[in-house]
Design a protein around this ligand. Structure first.
Ligand SMILES: C/C=C/C(=O)SCCNC(=O)CCNC(=O)[C@H](O)C(C)(C)COP(=O)(O)OP(=O)(O)OC[C@H]1O[C@@H](n2cnc3c(N)ncnc32)[C@H](O)[C@@H]1OP(=O)(O)O
Length: 268
C-alpha cells in the first residue's frame, strides 16, 4: 500500500500501542551484547536476574519502525541520532510490557529532517531522535537549535573493544535494521560496511560509566546523549565521564572522533 503522508504530516501522529513479551534469555542476551561480564552475575544468570534499563530503549523500537512504515520517508536511509530514557521502575526479569508510541515532532534541518519518536510505559519513557539525511528543505520548523550540551572535563576513561561481529549479535536483541548487517544497505548510506547500532554503543557506555561511579547499571534512572558519529563493529570505544552533583556527564570516542556527545546519566 502506498502512503500519501509527507514529512509535514507526521508531527503529533499517534503510533498506537504495542505489547512486547520477553523472557530471561532475551534479557541476558541483551546484557551480554552491551558488554556485561560473566562476573556480573545478576545481569547474566537467571537466578536473581536484574534487567538493564537500557533494554527499554530496545523494547521501544517498535514505534520507530512503525513511524518508518508510514511511508513519509525511507527508513533504510535513516540514522538514529539521539536517545533519552527516563526510568520509572525496574523492568521485570521476564514478562510483557505495554507501551504507547507517538510521533512527537518533525523538524526541517535544511539538509536533513529530524523525526522525534516518544514511547511511554509504566516502566520507562524513551525518546528517539531519527535523522533523515537529504530530506530537508520542505519548509518545516527548524526546531530547537540544539548544539550538543557542554560537557565538563571528563576525568575517568575506560576502553571497550567491540567485536567485528558485534552488530550481528546485537541485532538479535530486536533491531534488525539492515544497515547493521547488509553491506548493500550500509553502502547505499555511504558506509564502508555495516555499522554498529547506536543503542548498542549507548548500552556499552552505560555499563562502563556505572562502573566509573560505582553504581549498579540496573540502577540507571535517566540517560540522554547524541549519537554523534557512526561506530563500526571492531572499533574500540573510549568512554569518559565525570560526576557533577547527581549527574554523570559522559562521552564516547573512537580515536579522535566523538561518537557519543553531551551524554548525561543519573543512577540511584
Ligand atoms: C534507524 C537507525 C538505527 C541506527 O542505529 S543507525 C546507527 C547509529 N547512529 C549513527 O551512527 C549516527 C551517528 N551520527 C551521525 O552520523 C551524525 O551525527 C548525523 C548524520 C546524525 C548528523 O550529523 P551532521 O549531518 O553533521 O549534522 P549537523 O550538521 O551536526 O547538524 C545539522 C542539524 O541537525 C541537528 N542535529 C544533529 N544531530 C542531532 C542530534 N543527534 N539530535 C538533535 N539534533 C541534531 C543540529 O543541531 C543541526 O541543527 P541546527 O542547525 O538547527 O542546530
Amino acid at each position: 500500500m502506498t502512503s500519501t503522508l509527507t514529512l509535514a504530516d507526521l508531527a503529533g501522529l499517534d503510533l498506537g500501542e504495542h505489547t512486547a513479551t520477553y523472557d530471561d534469555t532475551a534479557a541476558i542476551l541483551y546484557a551480554l551484547s552491551v558488554g556485561a561480564r560473566s562476573s556480573q552475575l545478576d545481569l547474566v544468570y537467571e537466578r536473581d536476574l536484574r534487567v538493564l534499563p537500557t533494554y527499554g530503549c530496545a523494547l521501544g523500537l517498535w514505534a520507530v519502525e512503525a513511524a518508518g512504515r508510514l511511508g513519509a520517508y525511507d527508513p533504510k536511509r535513516s540514522l538514529h541520532a539521539s536517545q533519552r530514557l527516563v526510568v520509572h521502575k525496574p523492568l521485570p526479569a521476564t514478562g510483557s510490557i505495554t507501551m504507547t508510541g507517538r510521533l512527537a515532532n518533525v523538524y526541517d534541518k535544511g539538509k536533513a529532517s529530524l523525526v522525534e519518536v516518544e514511547v511511554s510505559s509504566e516502566y520507562f519513557d524513551a525518546f528517539y531522535g531519527i535523522f533523515l539525511p537529504g530530506t530537508g528543505g520542505w519548509g518545516g520548523d527548524r526546531g530547537p537549535s540544539s548544539a550538543a550540551g557542554e560537557t565538563p572535563e571528563l576525568t575517568t576513561v575506560t576502553s571497550f573493544e567491540t567485536s567485528p561481529d558485534h552488530a550481528a549479535l546485537y541485532r538479535l536483541t530486536g533491531d534488525r535494521h539492515p544497515i547493521h548487517i547488509d553491506p548493500e544497505v550500509s553502502g547505499a548510506n555511504g558506509f564502508e560496511r555495516p555499522i554498529l547500532h547506536g543503542l548498542c554503543t549507548l548500552g556499552i557506555a552505560t555499563v562502563e560509566i556505572a562502573g566509573h561511579v560505582g553504581a549498579h547499571p540496573a540502577e540507571l534512572r535517566e540517560l540522554s546523549t547524541r549519537l554523534a558519529a557512526p561506530v563500526l563493529p571492531g572499533d574500540t570505544v573510549d568512554v569518559a565521564s565525570a560526576v557533577s552533583g547527581p549527574t554523570v556527564h559522559f562521552e564516547g570516542r573512537v580515536g579522535e572522533t566523538k561518537v557519543l556527545a553531551g551524554g548525561t546519566a543519573t543512577f540511584g
